[in-house]
Design a protein around this ligand. Structure first.
Ligand code: SF4
Ligand code: SF4
Length: 441
């Protein structure tokens, strides 16, 4: 694609980066076929190619964002299916990140939208605040129907609907410290405790620590870790996202200095995509660029780490039929596709893949709150495809997808690590049927 930026515009490194990306696009439109919003809405401006044209026009003309571009960029899930499909290697992720930051700087949203976004940015990345908000949400649940009737309050209704009926207690295992591996030492890793996941399902990281330590891996929970920054990054709040990234880089560099790390283990693929991008996000900061690149190189999804680990034979072969839902951040963001399925199959599960596996479930960070109608359509389509597999359980590697799919599915939805842990001697996850036992009865 031809571009016409001036030398003065290209002196801005963000514009220069976007120009490089834009020039790669050959406007072939292959990406439209796999874009969930184009598939759902059928509007070219809600396709990757349409958004690329809108962003190009805005940046080339040095214009502030307007209502039209905000509408279509807000509808983008950042699922990155377009990047998987694109034959020209267009880095849509970095382009849309730049567009979102430009929107945040130049566009004044309506007041309620501003307040909702400010509230999400204030609450979600902080476990203590999020826990308190979930407790408050119980009081608001009776008003969901009322809020749904008022367009400006739909995000509030969506939030209340997603809030779980009960909140698990905080886990002592998430406190800073070191969990020693059992037997001969096979490795040393740090684990990201994260934000929303540690409140909604602390057992995911507890289970990960338990399995890794049984395998002989020392697991460090470094002091000073926090939210990865993805939630605010996707809202265009660049400074807040970079502050989170720097805080985590500092925490992990201290852990590296104190005993080395083989990997930084991440159990939420949405966070993994962002942490693997820290090297890019902090490339212009001379104090952090090298350290951030090192951290990004060490970041591994738990299934990526276990797939490269010399795993023993499983303790039991459950025989349970599992529908594996590959989160967009897993398959498109991190290109991890085969490892989770192979690990599950090796552990004795029968793995089925739902149709249209490339399409997003509609969770996408805060998307299911801010774009609840499109999100619900994508969720229902996903659940239909999952249920058609005949599986009795869904496995996935991202807390956002777990919450989203569980809100409509008739079967339990669990993190992949819980099934692996069970097969390797851990407790049976709640709600899961042991098909091998049933067959024996
Ligand atoms: S597939 Fe790639 S090159 Fe083709 S229109 Fe989409 S982004 Fe551009
Ligand atoms: S990130 Fe997803 S929703 Fe956004 S343009 Fe690409 S495919 Fe479409």
């Amino acid at each position: 694609m031809q571009t016409s930026f001036t030398p003065a515009q290209l002196a801005d490194p963000h514009v220069a980066e976007s120009e490089k990306i834009l020039r790669k696009c050959v406007h072939c439109g292959f990406c439209t076929a796999t874009c969930p919003t184009y598939v759902t809405l059928g509007n070219e401006l809600d396709s990757p190619r349409g958004r690329i044209y809108l962003i190009k026009d805005m940046l080339e003309n040095g214009r502030p964002a307007d209502k039209e571009i905000v509408t279509h960029i807000d509808r983008c899930l950042s699922c990155l299916a377009c990047m998987t499909t694109c034959p020209s290697g267009v880095n849509y992720m970095h382009l849309v990140d730049h567009a979102r930051a430009h929107i945040q700087e130049t566009y004044e949203r309506p007041m309620l939208d501003r307040l909702t976004r400010a509230m999400l940015a204030f609450v979600l990345p902080y476990p203590t605040r999020f826990r308190a908000a979930l407790k408050l949400a119980k009081l608001g649940k009776p008003f969901i129907g009322l809020f749904e009737k008022l367009p400006a309050l739909k995000p509030l209704a969506a939030m209340l609907k997603l809030a779980p009926a009960s909140i698990p207690a905080a886990s002592p295992m998430a406190a800073p410290g070191v969990h020693a591996g059992q037997g001969a030492k096979k490795g040393r890793v740090a684990i990201l405790t994260g934000c929303a996941q540690s409140v909604l399902d602390p057992a995911i990281n507890d289970t990960t620590i338990s399995l890794l330590t049984r395998l002989g891996v020392e697991v460090v929970v470094p002091p000073g870790e926090g939210c990865c920054g993805a939630l605010v990054h996707h809202m265009g709040r660049e400074e807040a996202a970079l502050a989170s990234a720097r805080q985590n880089v500092d925490a992990w560099m201290r852990a590296i200095d104190q005993g080395g790390l083989d990997a930084i283990i991440i159990t939420a693929s949405g966070c993994g995509t962002t942490i693997k991008d820290y090297g890019f996000m902090l490339r212009l900061d001379p104090a952090y660029a090298d350290k951030a690149a090192r951290v990004s190189a060490l970041a591994k999804d738990i299934t990526e780490y276990l797939a490269a680990f010399d795993m023993p034979e499983p303790v039991r072969k459950p025989g349970t039929v599992v529908a594996y839902h590959s989160a967009c951040s897993m398959q498109h963001g991190q290109k991890i596709t085969r490892q989770p399925k192979e690990l599950l199959a090796k552990a004795g599960f029968i793995v089925r893949e739902p149709r249209e596996g490339h399409l997003c479930c509609g969770s996408a960070g805060t998307y299911n709150i801010l774009q609840s109608e499109i999100s619900a359509k994508l969720r229902d389509r996903k659940v239909k495809n999952i249920e058609a597999t005949g599986a009795s359980i869904v496995a996935t590697g991202n807390i956002g997808c777990i919450t989203q799919i569980a809100s409509a599915a008739s079967m339990p939805v669990v993190h992949t690590i819980k099934l692996l842990d069970w097969a390797y001697g851990g407790p049976k996850p709640d709600g899961v049927r042991d098909e091998s036992l049933i067959a024996a009865e």
